[in-house]
Design a protein around this ligand. Structure first.
Ligand code: FAD
Length: 225
């Protein structure tokens, strides 16, 4: 069924997603959310296990308005059916102000609130795993061996709706250029941070001369995040 919502509808503002502090850094643009999610592939999955919060770094994939997570069937963070909070963060640089108080970070971050469910339908499970693989490494699903029945049975796949999400973005110089500290003889500015893919390193166990596939090799020197 076609999704009746416009692709550009704003992110919902409710009691959970409403930015209270540093609200000027908030964005309600769904395109910003998609861009942040697509620029990364590792998130932090916050869950409550036996009454205590646990924040698990894990890989994700985005398919439209849905995020997928996967892992071992034994994973206690992937039970599904309980509220989670997921964050994705890209650090774009340090913001070095004249005063320590005004120091900060340039960043793009997304936070998703929701209750994920376990994907059990075999077709959707395979599609979700494909999404996860392709999200991190486009071209890899049709290159590597696909999961067999035993591997699929050992894997949990969770799906989380992207309906309840928020975005914050900070860009630009420090905020203290128009205050009394502007007179201080202190350098202020930003120190940008970028991530770039390196040269593929072949597994030493490969037959000598086995080249990296094109979809991997071509990422060298390109940005991540
Ligand atoms: C790399 C990085 C470093 C940061 N360092 C600091 C720091 O040192 N000190 C500091 O005070 N803040 C820092 N922040 C900002 C921080 O993430 C919070 O936005 C801010 O502290 C407000 O927190 P709060 O609990 O008062 O949020 P509230 O404004 O009460 O949050 C309400 C809702 O707003 C949304 N929201 C809040 N923060 C974010 C976010 N970052 N991304 C997406 N949605 C969000 C969520 O839906 C949340 O439920 C940093 C952010 C990033 C990405």
């Amino acid at each position: 069924m076609t999704d009746p919502r416009p692709a550009t509808d704003p992110l919902p503002v409710n009691d959970r997603t409403r930015h209270r502090r540093l609200a000027d850094q908030g964005s309600l643009d769904r395109a910003d959310l998609d861009a942040i999610l697509d620029a990364g592939f590792v998130c932090h999955l916050g869950v409550v296990i036996e009454g205590r919060p646990v924040v698990v770094p894990t890989v994700y994939g985005r398919d439209g308005r849905r995020l997928y997570f996967h892992g071992s069937v034994a994973s206690r963070s992937l039970t599904g059916g309980a509220p989670v909070c997921v964050t994705v963060t890209h650090v774009d640089g340090l913001v070095l102000a004249r005063s320590v108080f005004e120091h900060g970070v340039n960043y793009r971050s997304a936070m998703i609130h929701g209750v994920p469910h376990k994907v059990t339908d075999p077709e959707e499970k395979l599609a979700g795993l494909r999404c996860l693989t392709e999200h991190a490494t486009p071209g890899q699903w049709s290159y590597a061996r696909l999961p067999n029945r035993k591997e699929l049975a050992a894997t949990t796949l969770l799906a989380l709706s992207l309906e309840e999400a928020s975005v914050k973005i900070r860009t630009g110089p420090p905020d203290d250029a128009d205050g009394p500290d502007a007179e201080l003889p202190v350098w202020a500015g930003t120190l940008p941070l970028t991530s770039t893919w390196g040269t593929p390193v072949s597994d030493p166990a490969l037959p000598p001369g086995t080249p990296a596939p094109e979809h991997v090799a071509r990422r060298e020197g390109t940005g991540q995040g």
